[in-house]
Design a protein around this ligand. Structure first.
Ligand code: PGA
Length: 247
């Protein structure tokens, strides 16, 4: 049976790259990307490389985005980047509330929802990241934590939810080599799907992220509520990233 939602495999480069490395990586992605394939490919790159990414990927089947966005439209916010600026560089996507930003920049769930909303206002699709830490999981609190992270985003309503993507990334699986099992991931995805469905947005795509690689992607993608992946480390290696997309 074919999957009910178009699969999306998105790279999160984090703070990696250089003009030279990006040209090689994007070039390799372009030669491997399949136009009209049944999996959408995207990369979220550091701000300084949006211009290069736009120049190289325009007109290709690979879309691009940024890793954060300001809640403000413009003004005295040194160091911030507005959604309109991202739109100027052809971004389709922006990550909102990645666990590294929640942890290192104290981003609250209401701030993350405000970021999603400012992205939507400029025609970008937010990719809202949620996920529990290991102590939270071990204490049996994963669903409560994820529910709390989702609440302000769900409050944006069905119209907004229909234009975004949710990424479930258990913090303990990010960059650790320790992936959630397909069953563990599916259980959380089903929980998120139910919450979205109650808001009339049951078809919003839900990506899994956390040590996804070619070797484990197919088993994850076989789950009914996993609609693709948000890929960190493995997205920096073109061949590995393309294999994940082909899984
Ligand atoms: P990872 O990162 O694939 O390197 O675990 C995923 C992410 O942080 O988005």
């Amino acid at each position: 049976m074919s999957h009910p939602r178009k699969r999306l495999v998105m790279g999160n480069w984090k703070m990696h790259g250089s003009l030279q490395d990006n040209a090689a990586l994007l070039g390799a992605l372009l030669s491997g990307a399949v136009r009209g394939g049944d999996t959408e490919l995207a990369v979220c790159v550091p701000f300084p490389y949006l211009s290069q990414t736009q120049a190289l990927l325009s007109g290709s089947p690979v879309s691009w985005g940024a890793q954060d966005v300001s809640i403000h439209e413009r003004g005295a916010y040194t160091g911030e980047t507005s959604a309109a600026m991202l739109a100027d560089f052809g971004c389709s996507w922006v990550l909102c509330g990645h666990s590294e930003r929640r942890a290192m920049h104290a981003e609250s769930s209401s701030l993350v929802a405000a970021k999603a909303s400012s992205a939507l206002a400029c025609g970008l699709s937010p990719v809202v990241c949620v996920g529990e830490t290991l102590p939270e999981r071990d204490a049996g609190n994963a669903e409560r934590v994820i529910g709390d992270q989702l609440d302000p985003v769900l409050a944006l309503g069905a119209g907004a939810l229909g234009r975004m993507v949710i990424a479930y990334e258990p913090v303990w699986a990010i960059g650790t080599g320790r992936t959630a099992t397909p069953d563990q991931a599916q259980a959380v995805h089903a929980f998120i799907r139910a919450a979205l469905s109650r808001r009339g947005a049951g078809q919003t795509r839900i990506l899994y992220g956390g040590s996804v690689k070619a070797a484990n992607a197919a088993a994850l993608f076989a789950q009914p509520d996993i609609d693709g992946a948000l890929v960190g480390g493995a997205s920096l290696v073109a061949d590995e990233f393309l294999k994940i997309a082909a899984a």
